[in-house]
Structure formats: C-alpha cells, structure tokens
Write a protein that binds this ligand. Structure first.
Ligand code: SF4
Ligand code: SF4
Length: 133
C-alpha cells in the first residue's frame, strides 16, 4: 500500500457515487479499510496503491467533489521483540489487524489497521506504538 487516506464526506456528497467516479479518472487502486456512514456524515479510510502524482490527483478530484481527503502520516507499529504474546490486544482490534500465527505469536497486519489506537493502552509492555512519517 502506498498511502492511507481518510475521506470525510460533506452532507451533500453522501448520496452520490463520487468515489466510484473519481477512481475511474485515475490509475489508483483503492481498498476500503473502514467505513462509517449515516444520513448526515461519513468517513471512509482507504488504502491507495498509486504513484505520488496519482494520489495527489485523486485527492484533488475528491476535494473538488465535496470529499475532504487527508493523507494519514502515522502508522501503528508492533515491536515483536517486546511483545509477550499475551493476547490482551487481540479482542480489542476491530479489524483483525492484530492476529495470532500458528505458533500463537501475535503479529500486526498494517494493511488492515485503521489507526483507531484502542490497542495501545491495552498493552502491558507498550509493545504497540504510533510512528509518524
Ligand atoms: S490501531 Fe490497533 S486496534 Fe486499531 S486497527 Fe490498528 S492494530 Fe487494530
Ligand atoms: S497486548 Fe502487547 S504484549 Fe500482549 S500480545 Fe498485544 S502487543 Fe503483545
């Protein structure tokens, strides 16, 4: 994944197929990671695979059509050396980004992480951290 974008819909944009239209105008490949939409507001977190210029074009087209697109400049990181594999974080993770392998070791799938940060205070040894880039 090249970037994660948080898309915030204006009320006027909610009932329009803007994302589908804009995707067709770029070469970006988009994967919806998380969505919260109701009748008055909407937020969608997407993973985008595209060259930087195409990501800028995508963000421009979204903004032009009433969707505020913000590039996320942070990530959640699991320090596998500090992790005790206690599993305390697993049930809190809403997307399954934190998961166990066959040997019961805990791992993080960054592509599935929606940056909700609920796992961070749950870790007794602070093995999960936010990194900025
Ligand atoms: S921040 Fe933590 S709990 Fe939230 S999705 Fe990412 S790994 Fe899961
Ligand atoms: S809560 Fe911390 S120590 Fe326990 S499995 Fe999760 S990351 Fe590892």
């Amino acid at each position: 994944m090249t970037a994660k974008l948080l898309l915030r819909y204006s009320p006027e944009a909610l009932d329009k197929p803007i994302l589908a239209r804009v995707i067709r105008q770029t070469s970006a490949e988009i994967n919806i990671l998380h969505a919260e939409l109701d009748a008055t507001k909407g937020e969608i977190l997407v993973g985008v695979e595209a060259p930087p210029a195409e990501i800028e074009k995508l963000m421009y087209l979204l903004k032009k059509n009433g969707i505020d697109a913000k590039k996320l400049e942070r990530a959640v990181e699991l320090d596998e050396n500090s992790c005790l594999d206690c599993g305390a974080c697993l049930s809190l993770c809403p997307t399954g980004a934190l998961h166990t392998k066959k040997d019961y070791s805990v791992r993080l799938d960054e592509d599935k992480c929606i940056l909700c940060e609920v796992c961070i205070p749950a870790c007794p040894v602070r093995a999960i951290k936010i990194t900025k880039f």
